[in-house]
Design a protein around this ligand. Structure first.
Ligand SMILES: [Zn+2]
Length: 153
């Protein structure tokens, strides 16, 4: 049995290699804001109020601007459970509860994490709890701790 993985702190290529080998794709639903309302009866943007000229639009409630979610797929190293125990050490059992995903540090990934509405990991919906940036001397990965929304009581 292999023991836990020690991520090298300064070699981006090795970290990328490990992630590409044992990582899986996750989907981040990213909030895109400031989309003009597409309802046919919405009216136009009032430049003075920055609202729709139709205050009764059922789609945007007269705000004119709407938000939408866009799916962003990224390869991540996934760990279920609060500990840093790789899945193969738990006998292949997927643990319930909190989850940590580790992504490559890129501006696109950071933006997706920052604007995330939720994360879909192994068909579970999770929300962002905390974000950490790791790497010495340069940041090379992003660790996102996720919370299982279905578990909330
Ligand atoms: Zn509208």
């Amino acid at each position: 049995m292999s023991s836990r993985i020690y991520w090298p702190s300064n070699t981006v290529e090795i970290i990328d290699e490990i992630r590409n080998t044992i990582g899986r794709d996750i989907l981040i639903n990213v909030t895109i804001s400031g989309i003009p309302c597409i309802a046919s009866g919405c009216g136009i943007l009032d430049p003075v109020t920055n609202l729709s000229t139709n205050q009764f639009c059922e789609v945007c409630s007269g705000l004119y601007w709407t938000n939408t979610l866009s799916g962003y797929i990224v390869n991540a190293y996934i760990q279920w459970g609060k500990g840093e125990i790789p899945i193969w050490e738990t006998g292949g059992r997927i643990m319930d509860g909190d989850c940590t995903v580790q992504l490559k540090y890129t501006s696109a990934n950071v933006t997706a994490v920052d604007d995330s509405a939720n994360f879909i990991v192994d068909d579970k919906i999770l929300i962002k709890e905390s974000v950490e940036y790791r790497g010495v001397p340069d940041i090379n990965r992003v660790l996102v701790t996720l919370k299982d929304v279905e578990k909330e009581d």
